[in-house]
Design a protein around this ligand. Structure first.
Ligand SMILES: NC(=O)c1ccc[n+]([C@@H]2O[C@H](COP(=O)([O-])OP(=O)(O)OC[C@H]3O[C@@H](n4cnc5c(N)ncnc54)[C@H](OP(=O)(O)O)[C@@H]3O)[C@@H](O)[C@H]2O)c1
Length: 355
């Protein structure tokens, strides 16, 4: 059994890790760290877990985690995880760590100052960490000790655009992505803009021009471009929107067809099917279907659909994920499975919830 600890266990991503890991027959929840709820049972904080056999929330103890865990998930805010990771790896060099936050995602440490407003105190970790977009990096994740679990918007956006960039079908400097997110994407900590009367029956853009996920998406798409034999030039305009859903991300992306490229929807779908062949959690939808958040709710699927607009010579690509599953805890468990030689879908087989 993989002995698992979760830091930030009482947050939404932590709660989803608990829910999914309770159905994982190869893992046991050993330590649930919460500073705010230390001493409480999990069901006092999440009533749905009443009568489930779980340890109580406890105060943080890095040395105890290092001693009793094989794997630790960090589900804490930006800038909070790197001190844990630094100490955990120095106390137990064998321990495997998956950061669901952003502290391992960017390869260039100076970008943390520019986009997140904090100084990364352990830049040496960044070169070691593998970017955990599972479908694109599974071989390297298998051997990784540190995994940077991707952000929710980056997961949906990169999976949607990757085949287009890899095969040079579009101009990678012409990417425009609009994305919708449910309110759980902002976490459990209350905030004015997430107060029910203000976000219910409302839709609004936020993070205009400067959303923190932009450098992460550009970094990864540039790597995909280079791996495909192109020059790695990527330019993305990205606008996220908050919509009154509990969960779900819907991405709509546009890109200009590269010069001389002539594709139709059938050939593009075949390209996507080939690129994601054998990837259980990626569903390339048939032409008569369009990704929707409810069709992936509670599941680890990413649904993708593509169209060619012959009139404007652009490609339209859409994707949908559950931000807390494929966008956070589900993908983190998918990565843990690979790191421990487990089947990739272990603990992640539940079908979406409808309605
Ligand atoms: N929500 C999503 O859809 C989603 C998707 C992808 C990635 N993420 C990322 O996952 C992380 C957690 O997100 P969330 O939505 O679960 O947030 P959340 O509901 O606000 O929970 C964050 C948890 O972090 C803990 N925490 C805060 N400061 C800490 C520190 N210095 N050290 C250790 N723990 C600390 C808090 O627990 P205590 O106060 O109880 O210790 C809190 O429960 C964030 O980095 C977020 O960007 C979230």
């Amino acid at each position: 059994m993989i002995r698992v600890g979760i830091v930030g266990a009482a947050g939404y991503a932590g709660g989803e890790l608990m829910r999914l890991l309770m159905g994982h027959e190869g893992a046991v929840l050993t330590k649930l760290v919460s500073r705010t709820h230390a001493g409480k049972s999990v069901s006092e904080v999440y009533p749905g877990f009443y009568r489930y056999d779980l340890p109580d929330f406890q105060e943080a103890s890095v040395s105890e985690l290092a001693d009793i865990c094989d794997a630790v998930f960090l589900a804490s805010p930006a800038g909070a995880a790197w001190p844990w990771i630094k100490e955990l790896t120095s106390l137990n060099p064998e321990i495997k760590i998956i950061d669901i936050g952003s502290d391992l995602r960017l390869k260039d440490a100076s970008l943390y100052e520019e986009w997140y407003g904090y100084t990364h105190g352990a830049p040496e970790l960044l070169s070691e960490a593998e970017y955990g977009l599972t479908e694109l990096h599974s071989a390297k994740i298998q051997d990784a000790r540190l995994v940077a679990n991707p952000g929710c918007y980056p997961t949906a956006t990169i999976l949607a655009l990757a085949p287009l960039i890899h095969f040079g079908l579009v101009r990678a400097d012409s990417l425009i992505v609009n994305a919708l997110s449910g309110v759980s994407g902002a976490g459990r900590t209350p905030g004015q803009g997430y107060h029910f009367p203000e976000c219910n029956e409302n839709a609004r853009a936020y993070g205009l021009l400067r959303h923190r996920h932009i450098p992460e998406i550009e970094q990864e798409l540039a790597a995909i471009s280079k791996a495909g034999g192109y020059d790695g030039t990527v330019s993305l305009s990205f606008t996220p929107h908050l919509v009154p859903l509990n969960r779900g991300i819907l991405v709509t992306g546009w890109a200009d067809l590269a010069s001389g490229v002539n594709v139709d929807i059938e050939s593009l779908r075949e390209t996507y099917e080939g690129f994601y062949e054998g990837k259980t959690f990626i569903r390339i939808l048939p032409p008569d279907q369009i990704p929707q958040t409810k069709a992936v709710l509670g599941s680890n699927y990413c649904d993708i659909s593509v169209r060619v607009d012959g009139r404007t010579k652009r490609v339209l690509v859409m994707s949908a994920i559950d931000n807390l599953v494929k966008g956070a805890a589900g993908q983190a468990i998918q990565n843990m499975n690979l790191m421990f030689g487990e089947p990739e879908d272990r603990g992640l087989k539940s079908a979406p919830i409808w309605p």
